[in-house]
Design a protein around this ligand. Structure first.
Ligand SMILES: *Cc1c(COP(=O)(O)O)cnc(C)c1O
Length: 368
């Protein structure tokens, strides 16, 4: 018995040494268990497919050939997306299994030890994680205290690090604000490499760099269907210069968009009106939630053009507030750790009823 355990340990270290040290240092992306809770932690759209669409969707689903590989380029879906997302004429797109996979494809296409990926902090964690997966350096330029772009620091960092790719989340996650468009444009102009404007929250911001694709060859615009209500499908798109997209497409795994996603996304885009209606409800509920949150004296609320709101607990302990909310059945995102997000929590805009459950639980947490 002793021998077996001993042998087990030796064998495992012998094997684990083959895993790159920078990977062994990481902890896996943690997704908390939300069963039984009001789920306001992951920027999901709270509304499902309208009942009226279900029979037709199911009927079509039954005719999908599960025994066949998908169309490798998802050509039909590409055409629908180009139309619906208003990709300018002459620009191309490549599809990803979520925009996370597109970030990975970009990193794989540019990766080398001497090159870095740049973004802004606090920002979307996948940019730095994927840079590391690809064996690249990551440079996170600090945002100003109010989470706007610090252009002095940005210019200096671009000059010093000559990034292969700069990711700009527009609006930014987890802060929720929309960066100044002129500042973003200056970054596009001075960047030595590619600039990706990540518009994951476009349905809630209603402003876009998509029309500017014609002005800059180095600009790529990324979208996803996740936050607009189809997070379960895993579908994102990257738009830009035809030759650049061709190169990025070479690192794509051939059948990355499965048949169920191709069919369902096509079906929903043909009936997309309801998504616009849902986004409109979410925007209205966001405004309501912003004004309710601003009435709390103990918290500072940050502006949002997304489907979530960042706020800071001024006094006391944000982690305690988070735990109290969980006990009251409401799951939000705890961002409280030393650094610029100390004391910060992030709530996703849910249904009106879910938002009110959150406000009640917050009152309870702060005033008991
Ligand atoms: C959620 C999010 C994504 C990831 O979207 P998927 O398409 O679901 O992979 C990309 N960028 C930002 C800024 C996000 O917040």
């Amino acid at each position: 018995m002793y021998g077996l355990i001993n042998k087990g340990l030796i064998v495992s270290e012998k094997l684990l040494k083959w895993i790159r040290p920078e990977i062994r240092e990481l902890s896996a992306y943690h997704v908390p268990d939300a069963s039984g809770l009001v789920k306001l932690d992951a920027m999901e759209n709270p509304y499902r497919l309208p009942e009226g669409l279900l029979p037709r969707w199911q009927q079509g689903l039954a005719s999908v050939a599960l025994n066949r590989y998908p169309d490798p380029a998802a050509t039909e879906l590409q055409h629908r997306l180009i139309e619906v997302m208003q990709v300018p004429q002459g620009r191309s797109i490549v599809l990803g299994n979520g925009s996370d996979e597109l970030i990975q494809m970009l990193a794989l296409a540019v990766a080398s030890k001497q090159r870095c990926i740049m973004s802004f902090e606090p920002g979307f964690v996948m940019y730095s994680m994927i840079a590391r997966f690809a064996g690249m350096e990551y440079v996170g330029v600090p945002l100003a205290e109010d989470f706007t772009l610090d252009m002095e620091k940005t210019r200096a960092a671009i000059e010093q690090h000559q990034p292969a790719v700069i990711f700009i989340a527009y609006p930014n996650n987890p802060t929720g604000n929309l960066f100044d468009a002129d500042a973003v444009e200056e970054i596009i102009r001075i960047a030595p490499g590619l600039v990706v404007v990540d518009e994951a929250y476009h349905p809630f911001a209603q402003t876009s760099f998509m029309p500017r694709l014609n002005d800059y060859d180095q600009l790529l615009v990324m979208r996803t269907v996740s936050k607009m209500g189809l997070a379960g499908l895993r579908l994102g798109l990257l738009c830009g210069d035809r030759e650049l997209i061709n190169e990025i497409n070479k690192v794509r795994l051939p059948y990355n968009i499965n048949v169920l996603t191709q069919y369902t996304a096509g079906f929903i885009l043909d009936n997309a009106g309801f998504l616009d209606g849902q986004a409109e409800m979410i925007r209205a509920d966001r405004e309501q939630l912003l004004s309710q949150l601003s009435l709390f004296e103990d918290i500072e609320v940050y502006p949002s053009q997304a489907n979530f709101i960042l706020f800071r607990v001024r006094q006391g302990n944000a982690t305690e507030v988070f735990t109290s909310l969980c006990k009251d059945g409401v799951l939000i995102k705890n961002l409280d750790k030393p650094g610029p997000l100390q004391g910060c929590l992030r709530v996703t805009v849910g249904t009106t009823a879910e938002n009110q459950a959150f406000i009640q639980a917050l009152e309870h947490a702060l005033h008991s």
